[in-house]
Design a protein around this ligand. Sequence first.
Ligand SMILES: NC(=O)c1ccc[n+]([C@@H]2O[C@H](COP(=O)([O-])OP(=O)(O)OC[C@H]3O[C@@H](n4cnc5c(N)ncnc54)[C@H](OP(=O)(O)O)[C@@H]3O)[C@@H](O)[C@H]2O)c1
Length: 288
Amino acid sequence: MPNLEKAGTFVLGDRPVKRLGYGAMQLAGPGVFGPPRDRDAALAVLREAVASGVNHIDTSDYYGPHVTNQIIREALHPYPDDLVIVTKIGGRRGADGSWLPAQSAKQLTEAVHDNLRNLGLDVLEVVNMRIMGDGLDPSEGSIEPQLSAVADLQRQGLVGHIGLSNVTSAQFAQARGIASIVCVQNHYNLAHRGDDPLIDQLAREQIPYVPFFPLGGFSPLQSSTLSKVAQRLGVTALQVALAWLLRRAPNVLLIPGTSSVAHLRENLMVAELVLPDDAVSELDGIAG
Ligand SMILES: NC(=O)c1ccc[n+]([C@@H]2O[C@H](COP(=O)([O-])OP(=O)(O)OC[C@H]3O[C@@H](n4cnc5c(N)ncnc54)[C@H](OP(=O)(O)O)[C@@H]3O)[C@@H](O)[C@H]2O)c1
């Protein structure tokens, strides 16, 4: 079993988490909709993650919907003391599995209560306000109404800390005028590096940056450079992609998603994988 401590820890909200975490989105059915094909396998992934030392799990009640949180509860409740569960609100699912915005104060309140009920919690430790933007990437515009609604839920004691997802630097700055922001979760990986300046800013301020789609998401990353480096180091291309993210900045926290215990193990092995400098330079060129 890898020693996750080797990848270091970083404070998320007010508690340290290991930099190698787990993203639970893949635990729902195909298309993140409905129940998984194999519920026992999904439970096993979560239990293996925690047994391996993972203490940061990312989720949302709109995965399934409800299914992923219910599986997390079944697998892990009562939760280990050191586990930080981060959820997100701001979306809902259509009857056909489509991803729809749900950003009104009423919808955000309902989403917080859905998360509390399905996770079996009295308070959500960290809630990311997911802004809709342009699908998987942000677009400019005020996020004041959503942030004020979440800040209100925080004042009611239902939300511990507030994070943001799918935001621009300007939106991050605006949000900080409304509430304390403890993390940002945006689309970023070896081949999708638009957030480099934001990562550097957050690193200076000691605020976690949590890339979603760290492996490329629904179509995992492929590149000849990645494969070449992986072959040289005797590891997989996706392990190299995760190791590069760990190396990118100390505030980058990983939440790779998988529905497979075997893949989970491969991903957690990255805690012990140190990329040589020449490999990092080669990989830096991929997005160029
Ligand atoms: N804020 C947002 O809008 C947003 C959007 C998307 C995701 N997220 C969060 O980010 C987390 C990570 O994103 P993600 O799961 O969508 O994408 P990802 O981590 O980039 O990649 C997941 C994909 O890679 C495959 N995979 C994982 N490990 C592998 C391995 N070792 N070898 C081969 N294939 C592997 C998975 O398939 P298998 O199941 O077969 O392993 C799955 O298809 C999610 O769980 C979710 O919590 C947030």
